[in-house]
Design a protein around this ligand. Structure first.
Ligand code: ZN
Ligand code: ZN
Length: 354
């Protein structure tokens, strides 16, 4: 038992030959806490006395009575000290939570390993920081994650606190407010076809322009007001003039006004909005399988006849045309007839996903 005692608590040592007085430190979360334990001559813990330094007293505040009771009930000193260290570990975390403010805590698991904290940016959006404490906390940095369009990098040292993590997180989300402002404006004033439920980490939006016509924009989280990467989707006769306008008017892009306004100015259009249009007008179901999503793919092939414009999944259209006798195949392209209007239509074989 004596060897276990020394191994677990190398700086808590007996002061006399009889080993009835122990003095020294126990280490909890990199902090050394001084204590002295007096045992009666028969070494019975029932009558042991515990003296704590002020730091330890502070951590045990409100629990002194229970700690003394546990000392008196313990079978040996080693198991009592282990229990005391566990209690101190939690009480230190609780103190940290108190400094941070309990109102910021959304969730904590029963093992005290995983915490979720909330943070608000200057535009009033709520964000969640998830912290996974490692077994060697605080020596080992906790694992932090959040719904962000950029990797989350928070600095940690064994002296760091949860409060410091939270402050760093606030700076991270503050740097992204302009990005979220841009996307929030697009999300509220246009019809978004993709993603179905955008999250705070999504940088892409597919915005409806007209039936079967849309634009995919990829907003850079670090330069949200610059011209985003754009891709127009729809039948060629509608998309080509829009693409030309985009190329000709690109220089008109003004980073001082919003992305939505800029897109409208450059494309010379008004995006249909929830205030003026029903979303059902822009449903773009595949004309073959009648669904929107096929695994991850959405219908991105259109019949080029201006009166038809029916969208299809690439895979659906390829499989459909390939088996028809009227179709002709050359390398990876199939030439056939639109299943809706019978006008000529071509499709390339879908690229194989690796
Ligand atoms: Zn389909
Ligand atoms: Zn057609």
């Amino acid at each position: 038992m004596a060897s276990v005692m020394v191994k677990d608590n190398p700086i808590l040592l007996p002061l006399n030959m009889e080993k009835t007085v122990y003095d020294g430190f126990i280490t909890v979360q990199e902090k050394d806490l001084r204590l002295r334990i007096h045992l009666p001559p028969d070494h019975q813990l029932k009558k042991a006395k515990l003296h704590c330094c002020w730091k330890l007293k502070h951590l045990l505040h409100g629990y002194e009575h229970i700690v003394k009771q546990r000392l008196h009930q313990s079978t040996d000193l080693v198991s009592f000290l282990l229990e005391l260290k566990t209690v101190l570990y939690y009480s230190q975390l609780i103190l940290e939570m108190e400094t941070l403010g309990w109102d910021k805590l959304l969730f904590i698991d029963t093992q005290f390993q995983m915490l979720r904290m909330k943070a608000e940016d200057s535009s009033g959006r709520q964000h969640i920081l998830t912290i996974n404490l490692k077994s060697k906390h605080p020596a080992e940095a906790p694992e932090c994650s959040a719904d962000l369009p950029v990797p989350l990098l928070l600095k940690w040292t064994p002296q760091s606190s949860l409060n410091q993590l939270h402050s760093q997180f606030l700076l991270v989300i503050e740097a992204l407010t302009e990005f979220w402002d841009v996307l929030d404006e697009i999300d509220t004033k246009t019809w978004i076809l993709e993603p179905e439920k955008p999250s705070r980490s999504d940088t892409m939006r597919r915005i409806a322009i007209a039936n079967n016509v849309s634009i995919k924009v990829e907003v850079d989280p670090r330069h949200p007001k610059m011209l985003p990467e754009c891709c127009l989707l729809g039948a060629e006769h509608v998309v080509t003039p829009l693409r030309n306008k985009l190329n000709v008017n690109m220089h008109l892009w003004n980073p001082d006004s919003g992305v939505l306004q800029n897109l409208q100015d450059v494309l010379e259009i008004e995006f249909p909005s929830p205030a003026t249009h029903e979303k059902s007008m822009f449903s773009v179901e595949c004309g073959i399988c009648y669904s929107y999503r096929l695994e991850a793919a959405i219908p991105d092939q259109m019949c080029n006849d201006p009166r038809c414009g029916q969208p299809f999944h690439q895979v659906c259209l390829y499989e459909w045309l390939r088996v028809l006798p009227a179709s002709r195949q050359s390398f990876n392209t199939v030439f056939g007839e639109c299943p809706y209007c019978s006008k000529p239509i071509t499709v390339k074989m879908a690229a194989h996903k690796s």
